[in-house]
Design a protein around this ligand. Structure first.
Ligand SMILES: Nc1nc2c(ncn2[C@@H]2O[C@H](COP(=O)(O)OP(=O)(O)OP(=O)(O)O)[C@@H](O)[C@H]2O)c(=O)[nH]1
Ligand SMILES: [Mg+2]
Length: 678
C-alpha cells in the first residue's frame, strides 16, 4: 500500500460533538486544493453541514460526503455528526471507510466522550487513528494527559506519533516521532522543517521509545531488535505502523488544528502512506474474491428533486449508470461534494457515489447484478436503539397521511429514528436518541416536506383495577312507542391476580337470559372496561354473570349490551378501584465512576435497584438493573447524560403493572379527568 496503486480510498471523520470534524474536512479539502476558498462553521459556508438544520445549529446533523485528490490519489471523506444523539451516520460511515479518523479535543476532561465510537471501531475492527484537534488552544495542555485519558476509553493501544513544540505559551509546531523531524506550523502553507529544539530532545527520545515498544507488542522481530538495543530503520518503522494500523492493532495519534490547517498535511500524508485501501477493506467486509461487481449502501438521502439517493461504496468491479442491481435500475450515478453533485457514467471499486432512484433498496444492503448477497458478508449492524419519544400530530388534519409517508423517509435516512402507533394510548410516537435528535427530525419534516408537527410528552399507559368484590344488578328498560327495550342482569365483579387480564364467566342457568343474548352482555361489559371509574382501561377483573331477566318481545342484543355496561358503570366504582402504573425493567450502563450517580438518579425517580454488574464487553463500565415507573423512564436519558459526560445509556422493556396510590396517583387521576373535561 501507500502509493497510487491503492485506488480510490475512503476516510471517515468521527468523534465527539464539536471536536472539529467538519472544520477538518474543510481543511483537508483546502490543503489538497479541492476548494479554493476556506469556509468556516461560524460563517456557515463549509462544504459539510449544508442542510438548514446543520447551519442553524452550527453542528452536523447528518453525513456529509466530499472528495479530494492528494498527490495523485483520489480520496472520499465522510464527515459525520458527533452529537451523542445523532450517532447512526458515524457508525454506518465508519463501516465502509478504509480508515476512521477519530477527531478529539485537546482536553483530557473531554476524552471520555470518545468511548462509544472507540468501542464501535474496536468491535468491527475498523482501522482508525486519532487526531487531537484544537492544538492551537492547548498551550497549557499536556498531550500525554490527553493520550492517557483516551487510553482509558479504548481497547486498542494508542501510540503518540507527534509531539508538540511549545514556545512563548503557544504550540508552534511538532516533532514527528517516526521520522524524528521537527516542523514549525505556518499559517496558510506547509509547515517548515526546523531543528529539533534542544529542550525537547529528551522527551522526544522517550516518546519514540514508547512508540516502538507499543509496536513491538505486535512484531517479534521488532521486539528482539529493541531487546538488543538496536534501532530499526525508519523504513521498517513505517512498515510496522502501516501493518498495525491495517490490522487495527495500534491506534496512531496525530495532533493539529483543523481551523488553521496545522498538522493537516501530515495527516494527509499519514493517510496516504499508511491507510489500507479498498481491497483490504473489501476483505474486512467479506467481499473478497467476488466474481461480480458489488456495492454496499451505507447512507440513504431523500432529495427534494433528485428523489432517493443511495450512497454506496463500490467494493468490486465497475457499475455503470442504467445497470440493474438487486432487480432495481440505477437511475443516475453522481459523486458528492457536500450538497453538490456531479454526474458520472460509471463507478469503480473503491469509489463512494450515490445511485439514483433505487426505491426498493435500503441502507446496509449489498447491491449486485445477480441480486445475491455473498454469504461471506456479515449482517449490517442493527440501528441504534431508541431512547426517547415525543407524541406527535400534524398541525393540519389533512397532513396526517402525508406525515407518516414523510417520516418513513426520515427513518430511511436515519434508522435510529422509529415511529410507533401506541396500542395503549393510541398516540403516534416518534422515537429517537434525545431531544435534539427529535427536534432536528421535526425541523427536517418542515424544511423538506413543509409539514408542521406539534409534539408533547407521551402519555403513560396507566391502567386500573379493583380491590373488592361486588354484586351488581342492572336493568335497562325503555318504553318508546311500539317496540320497547328490556335487559336485566346480575353480575359479580371480582378482582383477579396481576396480569390475568379479563375473564367473563357465564353462570346463567334455566334460561333466565336466553343464550343468544349472553355474548351481548359480555360486549357491553368490555365496552365499559376501556375506561373505568378512574379514566383508564380496566384490567385483571373477572365478571360472573349469574342471573337476569328477559322479555319475550322487548329484549334484544342492544338491550342486554346496555344492561351489561350499566352493571359495570354502577358496580365498578364500588369495587375500590385502584390505579396501576407500568413498571419498566431498565438496564443503565455507565463508566463505573458514575455508578454512584446512577443510584442517586434511580432513587430520585422512584426506581428500585435490582443489582449491578460489569457491562459485558465494556472495559470499566457497569450495568445497573432497575425497575422504574414508565413515567420516570421518559426523560431518564436526559438526566443520565447530564450526569455522565453524555455517554451513559440504557435499554428498557415493559415489566409489570404495579398499584399506585397516594398523591401521585391522585394527580394522575385528576389530570386525566381534566383532560376528559376539555
Ligand atoms: N481553536 C480551534 N477551534 C476549532 C478547531 N477546529 C474546529 N474548531 C471550532 O470548533 C467548533 C466546532 O467545529 P466543527 O468543525 O463544527 O466540529 P464538528 O466536530 O464537526 O461538530 P459536530 O459535527 O457537530 O460534532 C467550531 O466553532 C470551530 O470553529 C481548531 O483546530 N481550533
Ligand atoms: Mg461536524
Amino acid at each position: 500500500m501507500g502509493d497510487n496503486s491503492a485506488g480510490p480510498r475512503c476516510v471517515a471523520l468521527v468523534g465527539p460533538y464539536l471536536s472539529g470534524k467538519t472544520t477538518l474536512l474543510e481543511s483537508l479539502l483546502f490543503v489538497s486544493e479541492a476548494v479554493g476558498r476556506r469556509g468556516t462553521i461560524k460563517e456557515g459556508n463549509t462544504i459539510g453541514d449544508s442542510s438548514p438544520e446543520a447551519r442553524a445549529r452550527q453542528m452536523s446533523t447528518e453525513l456529509s460526503v466530499a472528495s479530494y485528490e492528494y498527490l495523485g490519489d483520489p480520496w472520499t471523506v465522510l464527515d459525520t455528526p458527533g452529537s451523542i444523539e445523532i450517532v447512526q451516520d458515524a457508525f454506518d460511515a465508519a463501516m465502509v471507510a478504509d480508515t476512521a479518523v477519530v477527531v478529539v479535543d485537546a482536553d483530557p476532561a473531554k476524552a471520555m466522550a470518545a468511548t462509544p465510537i472507540f468501542k464501535f471501531l474496536d468491535d468491527h475492527e475498523i482501522p482508525h487513528m486519532v487526531f487531537i484537534n484544537k492544538i492551537d488552544e492547548a498551550a497549557e495542555v499536556s498531550i500525554n494527559d490527553v493520550v492517557t485519558a483516551l487510553r482509558d476509553c479504548s481497547d486498542r493501544p494508542l501510540v503518540l506519533r507527534q509531539m508538540p513544540i511549545r514556545e512563548g505559551g503557544e504550540v508552534t509546531g511538532y516533532i514527528d516521532l517516526a521520522s524524528q523531524r521537527a516542523y514549525a506550523y505556518k499559517d496558510g502553507e506547509a509547515s517548515e522543517r526546523i531543528d529539533i529544539p534542544d529542550s525537547a530532545r529528551a522527551d522526544e527520545e522517550q516518546a519514540r521509545q514508547d512508540m516502538l515498544e507499543s509496536l513491538a507488542d505486535y512484531d517479534d522481530t521488532l521486539l528482539e531488535a529493541l531487546l538488543e538495543d538496536q534501532t530499526p530503520s525508519n523504513e521498517e518503522i513505517y512498515q510496522y505502523l502501516t501493518s498495525t494500523l491495517q490490522a487495527d492493532e495500534v491506534i496512531p495519534v496525530f495532533i493539529g488544528a483543523g481551523l488553521h490547517d496545522h498538522g493537516v498535511r501530515r495527516l494527509l500524508k499519514a493517510l496516504r502512506h499508511e491507510s489500507p485501501g479498498a481491497t483490504e477493506s473489501a476483505k474486512r467486509m467479506g467481499f473478497e474474491g467476488l466474481s461480480e461487481p458489488a456495492a454496499q449502501v451505507f447512507k440513504t438521502y431523500h432529495m427534494p428533486h433528485a428523489g432517493k439517493q443511495s450512497v454506496v461504496r463500490v467494493w468490486s468491479g465497475e457499475i455503470a449508470d442504467g445497470a440493474t442491481l438487486n432487480g432495481s435500475r440505477v437511475s443516475g450515478i453522481v459523486s458528492l461534494q457536500g450538497h453538490e453533485t456531479t454526474k458520472l457514467a460509471k463507478a469503480k471499486a473503491g469509489e463512494v457515489v450515490a445511485f439514483g432512484r433505487m426505491d426498493e433498496v435500503h441502507t446496509g444492503e449489498v447491491l449486485t447484478p445477480s441480486g445475491e448477497r455473498p454469504g461471506s458478508v456479515p449482517a449490517w449492524p442493527d440501528p441504534v436503539a431508541p431512547l426517547y419519544a415525543f407524541a406527535i400530530t400534524a398541525e393540519k388534519r389533512e397532513d396526517e397521511v402525508k406525515l407518516s409517508g414523510a417520516i418513513a423517509k426520515l427513518i430511511e435516512e436515519d434508522p435510529s429514528l422509529k415511529l410507533e402507533q401506541s396500542r395503549d394510548t393510541n398516540e403516534l410516537l416518534l422515537w429517537g436518541q434525545g431531544e435534539i435528535h427529535l427536534a432536528v427530525a421535526l425541523e427536517r419534516l418542515n424544511s423538506k416536506y413543509h409539514l408542521s408537527v406539534s409534539r408533547r410528552k407521551p402519555q403513560v399507559a396507566y391502567k386500573e383495577t379493583i380491590k373488592k368484590t361486588v354484586d351488581q344488578h342492572a336493568r335497562f328498560k325503555r318504553q318508546t312507542g311500539g317496540h320497547g327495550q328490556f335487559g336485566d342482569v346480575h353480575v359479580e365483579i371480582k378482582p383477579l391476580q396481576r396480569g390475568a387480564g379479563f375473564e367473563f364467566i357465564d353462570n346463567v342457568v334455566g334460561g333466565a337470559i336466553p343464550r343468544q343474548f349472553i355474548p351481548s352482555v359480555e360486549t357491553g361489559i368490555k365496552e365499559y372496561m376501556t375506561e373505568g371509574p378512574l379514566g383508564f382501561p380496566v384490567v385483571d377483573v373477572a365478571v360472573r354473570l349469574y342471573d337476569g331477566q328477559h322479555h319475550a318481545v322487548d329484549s334484544s342484543d342492544m338491550a342486554f349490551k346496555t344492561a351489561g355496561r350499566m352493571a359495570m358503570s354502577e358496580g365498578l366504582p364500588k369495587c375500590a378501584p385502584v390505579l396501576l402504573e407500568p413498571i419498566y425493567h431498565v438496564k443503565v450502563s455507565v463508566p463505573n465512576e458514575f455508578t454512584a450517580a446512577v443510584q442517586r438518579i434511580v432513587s430520585g425517580r422512584r426506581g428500585q435497584i435490582l443489582g449491578f454488574d460489569a457491562r459485558e464487553g465494556w472495559k470499566g463500565w457497569d450495568t445497573v438493573e432497575v425497575n422504574m415507573p414508565q413515567s420516570e423512564v421518559h426523560d431518564l436519558i436526559i438526566e443520565l447524560r447530564s450526569q455522565t459526560q453524555g455517554i451513559g445509556t440504557f435499554d428498557f422493556e415493559f415489566d409489570h403493572l404495579q398499584e399506585l396510590t397516594g398523591r401521585i396517583a391522585d394527580d394522575v387521576v385528576q389530570s386525566r379527568q381534566a383532560d376528559a373535561a376539555q
